[in-house]
Design a binder for this molecule. Sequence first.
Ligand SMILES: Nc1ncnc2c1ncn2[C@@H]1O[C@H](COP(=O)(O)OP(=O)(O)O)[C@@H](O)[C@H]1O
Ligand SMILES: [Mg+2]
Length: 227
Amino acid sequence: MPGHFITFEGGEGAGKSTQIRRLKAFLEAHGQTVTVSREPGGSPGAEKIRDMLLSGGAKDLGPRGEAMLFAAARADHVDNTINPALERGEWVLCDRYADSTRVYQGEAGVDPAYLDLLEVAATAGRRPELTILIDVPPEIGLKRVAARSKADGAGGPDRFEDEALAVHENRRRLFLDLAVKEAYRFEVIDGTGDQDAVTSAIETAVRERFSDAFPDASRVSALEEMS
Ligand SMILES: Nc1ncnc2c1ncn2[C@@H]1O[C@H](COP(=O)(O)OP(=O)(O)O)[C@@H](O)[C@H]1O
Ligand SMILES: [Mg+2]
C-alpha cells in the first residue's frame, strides 16, 4: 500500500520542527510507520548541498543558480528518501518542500515560470497530499529563533534567517497566497498559540484528511454532519 506524504511549511520559528516531532509520535501511537525528513537535504547527497545553501556558499550563484541547487537537492531527496519510504507504505513528514522554493526564491525575484520548470524536474510528480502551513507573524517567529539559538548555542542565524523583516513579511504573504491558490491540499494553522493548541489543530487536520487511517474520527464527523 502506498504511504502518505505530508509537508510542513512556514517561516523560521513557526514551529515546524516541533510539530513534526509531535505528529510523528501521534501517528506512531496509532500504529503507523513514519519517516521524518527535511529540505534542503533529507538524503546523503542533498545534505551536502544543504550545507552549501545554508552557509551562504551558493549565494554567488545568484537566485537562479541557487534555485537550481535547491532543485538538485530535491531530486536526490525524492529519489532516495521520499519515494522509497512511500513505497514501503510509510508516512513521510517533510520539513519544507517545493512550496519553500516558490516562496523563498520567488521572493528573491526568480521568474515563477522558471521555478515551475525546476519544480517539475525536481519532484518528478511527487506532490504532498497535505501541506500544513504554520502561520505566525515574523516578529514572533524570529524571536523564537533567537531564543532557540541562545539555548542550544547554535551560533548566529543562517543565510535565510538573517534578512530584513520586510523580506520575512513578503514570504509570509506568499505562503498564504499559495494556500489560497492550492486550497485543496493546504491547511493553514495558526502558529501563535501554545504548542499544545497547535498540535491539536494539526491532529484534527490530519484526521480529517486521512479519515481512512483514523476510522474513529470519520465516524464522529459523519454524526456531526447529520445533526
Ligand atoms: N507554539 C509555540 N509557542 C512558543 N514557542 C514555540 C512554539 N512552537 C515552537 N516553539 C519554540 O520556538 C522555537 C522554534 O520552533 P521550531 O519548531 O524549531 O520552528 P521551525 O522549525 O519552524 O523553525 C523552538 O525553540 C521551539 O521550542
Ligand atoms: Mg525547523
